[in-house]
Write a protein that binds this ligand. Structure first.
Ligand code: THG
Length: 273
């Protein structure tokens, strides 16, 4: 299971302020703490900043890779120019994921060549020209269209992650099931992977972390390959450990037991020796 840390996102007021103040220490701390908590990639989104997204994303990436040269990043932007700027700013020794393309032709034709040029992995939202699909079957159909475009551009399908788009269960109660059902349908169209931003599921509800953690367990059982989450949410990360153990994805529960010993399952660390 690939974990992408979501916290460096300019929709969050605190992050907007750190970027505006060019507070490198605070941004680096957000990246380091997410990596320590188990994030393999750090999502960077500067789209809601001062109107200077290109300059901001270049600065944030510079700060993170100076402090963590091996860091892997997920470039999260609706603007292909910001994605290009971020790709050229990245000098780290880790890997890069571009977040994201959709079925929209113009977006694919700009971003696919960049993904190939920089050897990046790619997230594709299952969103058509006409907006968000309602059913699992529609999500898989859009994924198929995108897969055709991606293959035609010579991009390797195993580096492609489809995001079937989670919607709030509080306002659209049928959507959680459609999302979950779409995971195996999408994985069946080729040698492709699935990913989602999890926290939308709990929008508008109290105790969001409980809903997020429970939904993550369900999605992992259906085959979800990666998730964009807050890795500092210990309930979520505990649920991830337990789910992997229960599904035989953690041989002899070694990771689960290690997480317990280190006090990462919501328990106090036990004394050793
Ligand atoms: N799929 C893909 N990329 C994504 C998303 C997705 N990128 C953005 C988003 N969704 C995932 N990232 C975040 C980052 C921060 C928060 C939520 C999702 C967050 N939200 C606070 C909340 O929901 O209460 C509000 C923000 C605030 O004002 O503090 O922190 O689905 N491919």
């Amino acid at each position: 299971m690939l974990i992408i840390g979501e916290r460096i996102n300019s929709t969050r007021k605190g992050i907007r302020e750190m970027i505006a103040a060019r507070d490198a220490g605070a941004i680096l701390n957000e990246a380091v703490s997410q990596a320590r908590a188990g994030a393999q990639f750090i999502d960077v989104n500067c789209a809601v900043t001062s109107g200077e997204e290109l300059r901001d994303i270049e600065w944030v990436i510079g700060v993170i890779q100076n402090g963590m040269p091996g860091v892997s990043i997920c470039i999260d932007s609706p603007d292909h120019l910001a994605i290009e700027r971020a790709l050229s700013a990245y000098k780290g020794t880790g890997s890069v994921i571009i977040n994201s393309i959709t079925a929209e032709e113009s977006r694919c034709s700009k971003i696919l060549p960049l993904a190939s040029k920089y050897g990046a992995k790619l997230i594709a939202l299952t969103m058509g020209e006409s907006g968000m699909p309602d059913t699992a079957v529609e999500r898989a159909a859009i994924a198929k269209t995108i897969l055709g475009r991606v293959k035609a551009a010579g991009f390797p399908e195993e580096a492609l992650y489809f995001d079937p788009l989670v919607r709030p269960v509080s306002t659209e109660p049928g959507q959680a099931k459609e999302f979950l059902d779409s995971i195996p349908l999408i994985r069946a169209i080729g040698n492709v992977k699935t990913i989602c931003g999890l926290s939308n599921i709990s929008f508008g509800l109290p105790n969001r972390s409980l809903i997020n953690a429970s939904f993550l367990a369900m999605a992992i059982e259906r085959g979800l390959d990666a998730a964009i989450v807050d890795p500092l949410d210990s309930r979520l990360m505990s649920s991830l450990s337990a789910s992997r153990a229960l599904l035989g994805l953690d041989e002899y529960c070694g990771d689960y037991i290690r997480a317990f010993r280190e006090g990462r399952l919501g328990n106090k660390p036990i004394e050793i020796g």
